[in-house]
Design a protein around this ligand. Structure first.
Ligand SMILES: Nc1ncnc2c1ncn2[C@@H]1O[C@H](COP(=O)(O)OP(=O)(O)O)[C@@H](O)[C@H]1O
Ligand SMILES: [Mg+2]
Length: 315
């Protein structure tokens, strides 16, 4: 069996294979169609297609010789100013291959570039403005200095929407021969939001256990409690049923191997799905914050969780 990483195997290779990000794909496709690509800044959360679309641009522009015309520097490479500038200079000096008049340099995950490095890069960008185009990808555009931003077209990527996530799940399920229940689509969306990398990794972990992807399997693999059970724990506590609430909580934590920190994040989330007044929700949320802090500081997680439940029982 092919043991490669699914998110790599299912990475879109053309604009049409990209799911969601419609406006961005449309604008970039038009640039590429005219073989006239500006410097670009891709901003947005993880796993939404920033690196992917940069690679698609290279393939579409250069065809089979894309690797010769495309340089990718990412956060795991040495990012000292000199290294960056020398690597870029070596690459930029030679002519592009094929009919595109420029090469492309992707500075992936640029959030960590220091301001000094960015100042130096800005000069490098100017120096090679005829022969190279730069693509920066970041989580936050504010991490990039203004003089670079003003030289770039800025594209803001959004987390994928539920229907997009569903489409991606369906694609992967077809290729990997998975059976995915409808409930599982909700579970995956709940867990991953629009982060497709996380989605792919969870699906792959599940599939190594069973090709039948149930929501139970997903929660287990992702160290996540079933949200319904979390709501049950909270409802019992609010009704004043301390013992029942605590027993269910301990049961879920031990059965699913969840830490107090795993649990409290979910409790905090589910508080907002309860039918209680907002004042109560606020005080419960506040309490979660305190308890989480104590656990991070090293306090016994079972004691702390019990204390939390007890405080929810009080009116
Ligand atoms: N818009 C998308 N359509 C289809 N697959 C996507 C999309 N965005 C991300 N993916 C999947 O998630 C993986 C990670 O995406 P990537 O582009 O590297 O994310 P990032 O935005 O963090 O650079 C890709 O290999 C691909 O499998
Ligand atoms: Mg990336």
């Amino acid at each position: 069996m092919d043991s490669s990483i699914w998110v790599e195997r299912h990475r879109p290779k053309t604009f049409d294979e990209m799911v969601g990000q419609k406006e961005i794909v449309k604008r970039i496709k038009a640039f590429v169609g005219h073989k006239n690509v500006p410097n670009m800044l891709f901003a947005g959360p993880a796993g939404v297609g920033k690196t992917t679309i940069a690679l698609v641009i290279a393939r579409e522009l250069y065809g089979d010789s894309w690797r010769e015309n495309f340089l990718e520097l990412n956060a795991s490479d040495d990012r000292g100013i000199d290294v960056v500038r020398n690597t870029i200079k070596d690459f930029a000096r030679t002519k592009s291959i094929g009919d595109a008049p420029f090469k492309i340099i992707l500075l992936d995950e640029s959030d960590s570039l220091t301001r000094d490095a960015q100042q130096a890069l800005r000069r490098t960008m100017e120096q090679y403005s005829n022969s190279c185009r730069f693509i920066f990808s970041v989580n936050y555009s504010s991490k990039i200095i203004d003089p670079i931003q003003s030289r770039c077209s800025v594209f803001r990527f959004r987390p994928l929407e539920k229907n997009d996530v569903r489409e991606i799940i369906t694609n992967i399920a077809k290729h990997e021969k998975l059976r995915v229940e409808e409930k599982s689509v909700y579970a995956l969306f709940e867990l991953c939001g629009g982060d497709v990398r996380r989605l792919g990794n969870i699906l792959q972990s599940c599939a190594s256990v069973d090709k039948h992807i149930t929501s139970e399997l997903i929660y287990k693999v992702a160290s996540y409690a079933d949200p319904k059970e979390v709501r049950d724990i909270l409802s019992l506590a609010i009704k004043g049923e301390f013992i029942k609430s605590r027993d269910l909580l301990l049961n879920v934590m031990l059965r699913d191997g969840l830490s107090g920190i795993d649990m409290i994040k979910q409790i905090q989330k589910e508080i907002w799905n309860l039918q209680i007044d907002d004042i109560k929700k606020l005080s419960m949320t506040e309490r979660c914050g305190e308890i989480e802090f104590r656990m991070v500081e090293g306090s016994d997680e079972f004691l702390q969780m019990e204390g939390l439940i007890a405080s929810f029982c009080k009116k």
